[in-house]
Write a protein that binds this ligand. Structure first.
Ligand code: XMP
Length: 513
């Protein structure tokens, strides 16, 4: 394994990304959890020191244990990681004072060959992305300079005899177009064969779950989303019937969704699934509620109560399975963000484990979303299931602004099904991050045949996004929109007007509430 010591850079995750693309298995650990004992136990084959927002001059500046440099393994320092290396190995770092550099820069070779740079300088200069205030002013003994930029005379430094390398720029970002080559060279000279595959991951994960769980019981809140589905399938492979899933049907699901999810897991994959039909309870408590945050809070609270009620029926359950992903883990250890404003209360079962005295099983903690999808495929989940758009925990409640009624939910389910059918038929589903219909709390007048109608208006939403944090509306053709509107109005009684939402995020959010 390769160890990435995280000093808090916004882009540390991208380093892991680049390494995974090279089929190298790595783990990111925050600097303050890495000490001598940790290093001994982890026994990394190579180490990368990430960038970070700090200055080596700051009081208590983040540092790795000195012993990392005595492991005898290749080390690559990036940006702040470079400064750390110079600081720890006898070089010198100076404060910014007019030499700060942010953005695009060009690095020129100094003429000496370096194994790390093989095949890198395709022309006489390479574009890189810089983001630093302080800079190295004297390199450590044993190091030489292999690349310079106008503001970073020590842009690329290295001591090939120890396989220590340190660069001032960020090779992991998109704006360093050939950065992947540096990582490739680094892992190759560290002896990685690039043989890390999903099959290997599956085998390791199954063994680790067996070891953790032993002969105890595990419960899992199955939502039908990709993450909880893959986690459940993996844990089932590891411990079989020791796993029980609870699928909470809150009456806010899409057309046929409950049957599809429960049917697939219960009948096709032989998982033990409890179908908790709590539609009356949820819709009863939501009756007359129109404030979005109140809706979210009611659903979140009931969900936990109900899950707990069913889980209590499973005697001797000691573990709770969760589909936590790598980005969630990193976010929770990152110290870059300040206090942030709550835009929406997100629906999750955090807090449950302590309340119920359960331990967590989180077999996806080391994976990115697309890797989870690959693992799902490896585990035999059907492709259409794995490629499904995200669906929020509060479900259709937040696609029904204003008061929620059974009638509105039924209309919404039908309209949504027609819309998604249209998108699939036109081959657009996989190009879109998320698409859905929202039913609006207004009725408008229309004319159908020779009669007057007075029905609900709806809005179609479709966005492209990479992570759901920012999004753009999808540019459907007018023909597609026209055809879809006609179909919805003809096929869905209760809707007589269709609009298309062209708001990006920000300033909008993806969901309507
Ligand atoms: P917004 O509407 O905040 O949504 O732009 C961003 C992404 O998050 C999903 N979403 C949720 N997912 N629980 C979830 O599991 C929630 O409470 C929740 N609220 C929004 C939303 O569908 C989109 O993919």
């Amino acid at each position: 394994r390769l160890l990435i010591i995280d000093f808090g850079s916004q882009v540390t995750q991208l380093i892991a990304r680049r390494l995974r693309e090279l089929s190298v298995f790595c783990e990111i650990h925050p600097f303050n959890t890495v000490d001598d004992a940790f290093l001994k136990e982890f026994a990394p084959k190579a180490v990368i020191l990430s960038g970070g927002p700090s200055s080596v001059f700051a009081d208590g500046a983040p540092m790795p244990p000195q012993s990392v440099f005595d492991l005898g393994v290749p080390i690559l320092g990036i940006c702040y990681g470079q400064q750390v290396m110079m600081h720890c190995l006898g070089g010198q770092v100076e404060r910014g004072h007019g030499t700060a550099e942010f953005g695009r820069a060009f690095v020129k070779p100094t003429g000496q060959a370096l194994d790390l740079l093989q095949g890198w300088f395709a022309t006489d200069r390479e574009q890189v992305w810089m983001s630093h205030g302080d800079h190295v002013s004297k390199i450590a003994p044993g190091f030489e300079v292999y690349g310079t930029s106008p503001n970073a005379p020590f842009a690329i430094t290295g001591d090939p005899s120890r396989h220590f390398y340190a660069v001032q720029f960020h090779p992991e970002v998109h704006h360093t177009p050939n950065g992947a080559r540096l990582y490739e060279n680094f892992v190759r000279l560290a002896g990685f064969k690039g043989d890390w595959t999903m099959r290997a991951y599956r085998e390791e994960a199954v063994a680790a779950i067996r070891e953790q769980v032993g002969d105890k019981k595990v419960i899992c809140a199955l939502s039908g989303g990709v993450d909880s589905s893959v986690a459940a399938a993996l844990i089932h492979e590891a411990v079989g019937d020791q796993l029980t899933c609870v699928f909470v049907d809150h009456g806010l699901l899409r057309k046929n969704e409950a049957e599809e999810v429960v049917g697939m897991f219960r009948d096709h994959m032989n998982l033990h699934v409890i179908h908790a039909d709590e539609v009356d309870l949820f819709l009863g408590e939501l009756d007359g509620v129109s404030d979005p945050e109140t809706k979210r809070k009611i659903i979140g609270r009931l969900f936990i109560d109900i899950f707990q009620k069913y889980a209590n029926q499973i005697e001797g359950a000691e573990f709770l399975a969760q589909g936590t992903l790598y980005p969630d883990v990193i976010e929770s250890v990152s110290f870059s963000g300040g206090p942030s404003v709550t835009i929406k209360s997100h629906h999750n079962v955090g807090g449950l484990p302590e309340k119920m005295g359960l331990k967590l099983v989180e077999p996806l903690r080391e994976l990115f979303k697309d890797e989870v999808r690959a693992l799902g495929t490896e585990l035999g989940l059907p492709a259409h299931f794995i490629g499904r758009h995200p669906f929020p925990g509060p479900g259709l409640a937040i696609r029904c602004p204003g008061e929620i009624t059974r009638q509105k939910l039924d209309i919404l389910r039908e309209a949504d099904a027609v819309y998604i059918d249209q998108i699939r038929k036109h081959g657009l589903y996989d190009e879109i991050w998320q698409a859905f219909v929202a039913i609006l709390p207004v009725r408008t007048v229309g004319v159908m045949g020779d009669g007057r109608t007075y029905d609900f208006a709806c809005a179609l939403r479709a966005v492209t996004s990479v992570d759901g944090m920012t999004a753009d509306y999808y540019p459907f053709s007018h023909e597609f929109l026209g055809e879809t509107a006609t179909r919805i109005i003809n096929e869905v009684p209760g809707i007589n007007r269709v609009t298309y939402d062209i708001t990006s995020k920000p300033p909008g959010t993806i969901e309507w509430e």
